[in-house]
Design a protein around this ligand. Sequence first.
Ligand SMILES: Cc1cc2nc3c(=O)[nH]c(=O)nc-3n(C[C@H](O)[C@H](O)[C@H](O)COP(=O)(O)OP(=O)(O)OC[C@H]3O[C@@H](n4cnc5c(N)ncnc54)[C@H](O)[C@@H]3O)c2cc1C
Length: 465
Amino acid sequence: MSKLAGRRTSPVSSGFGSTRVAVLGGGLAGLSAARSLIEMGFQVFLIEKRPFLGGRAFSFYSHETDSEVDNGQHVFMGCCTYYIDFVRALGAYCDATLQDSLHAEVVLDGKRGTLSSMPFLGPLHFMPSFLKYPHLGISDKIRAAYGLVRAGLTDRRKNSPTLDSETFYNWLKRHQQPERAIENFWNLVILPTLNDDVRSVSADMALKVIKEGLLKRPGDAAIGYARVGLSSLAGLPGQRFIEERGGSVLLRTTVRSLLFDSDRVCGVQLSDGSSLRADAYVSALPHDILLDCLPTKRAADPFFASVAELQSAPIVGVHLWYDRHVMEEPFVAFINSPIQWVFNRSLIQGNSESLGQHVCISLSGAWQFIDRPKEELRELFEQEMERLFPSARGAAIEKSLIIKQPNATFRSVPGVSRLRPAQETPIPNLFLAGDWTDTDWPSTMEGAVRSGVYAANAIADRVAG
Ligand SMILES: Cc1cc2nc3c(=O)[nH]c(=O)nc-3n(C[C@H](O)[C@H](O)[C@H](O)COP(=O)(O)OP(=O)(O)OC[C@H]3O[C@@H](n4cnc5c(N)ncnc54)[C@H](O)[C@@H]3O)c2cc1C
């Protein structure tokens, strides 16, 4: 993958201008591919089945609550450099916030702790707050610090097959981590970032997150989010970016199948019966849809077929609109509570002056909640908010909305690496993008954006070479 990794931008005069590329799917991966291809000078057509772009990261107007809401709270970190660069290129970074350095309040049984960075300490930026962190005893801290050092020293490339075949829980146990450190520290980082529990995720993916987020540059662990609806951060500016530079966006257009002429793709069959022809194709479709769009014989090629084994993980968002302010912080994490992270949407969106407050509880790896009735979830989280936030006691909930996303991300379970195909496929003019392709990142916006850049680079290499 390294040969595709750097972002290249060739001017229009590179000769790519006569090459037409069809990008199938307008999630972040498709948008990122389109952006890079346009910057390189290719002619781009983006085809998206929904009436808007953004894929799994979008906002919508809820008639039920008369407000604009995200399909799920999306967070990025300072280490998400491709995502940040992408949002900047779309001209929307002014609508995002990124902390200067990590600062997260973590509450356990009413006791508050803080995990934060001190940038001037370089690689040890995390240590002072870690030493003061009240949710671990002294011996837990020594063991957790040892675990961090071992994580830092582990060469993922060299040990990839072994690390990809064991769970992170197993790795933590092999490195003398006590249950308290696993629950109150390691899982606090892994559950929201990998959307799954330390007991299920592969050691390889978890170490990726720990290394990228905590052990490199101090600013990498900083937390960021959109201050506007998600669609205003990528979907709408992405569409504008493409159209203003001469590209075409076809919304409400479903790709039914890829058409082949001997060993090359010669077109895409669309839902209205028409077909579209290009010189090269980037599929940024969900992996199961791509398999449906390929002829049976191609879909059975082990290069593509392995993606059928990818599993997915759910996220549930519980939105509550209170008649008063119930929290001060932009977000708080909880241990030993069904509430994992709660975000102060009013503060984040710059509405902190209003009398009421909108909060969003984000539940990762939400198997235990996904099938429960919404009314039951509302009651459970209303009570839990009252238990955890004194100001919520006696406050009235004026509106609520529960958003369930059963297939929010793919699961980073052991063995996942060998299921993720490269962006370059055995078919000479077909390229793949999508967070599920091989980016070495988990199922995230950063992974999606990287996949699009890698796909565009692969096309440029093929066309130029
Ligand atoms: C609730 C939730 C919370 C999340 N939180 C975070 C977070 O905090 N941080 C983070 O980094 N990531 C988060 N993610 C993950 C992140 O949203 C995804 O990794 C990323 O958006 C995936 O982008 P993609 O382009 O790879 O895929 P998708 O967004 O799935 O894009 C695929 C696109 O293809 C389109 N399509 C499908 N079929 C067809 C067809 N036949 N023809 C044409 N178009 C088609 C779809 O409509 C879609 O637009 C979250 C996801 C969810 C759902």
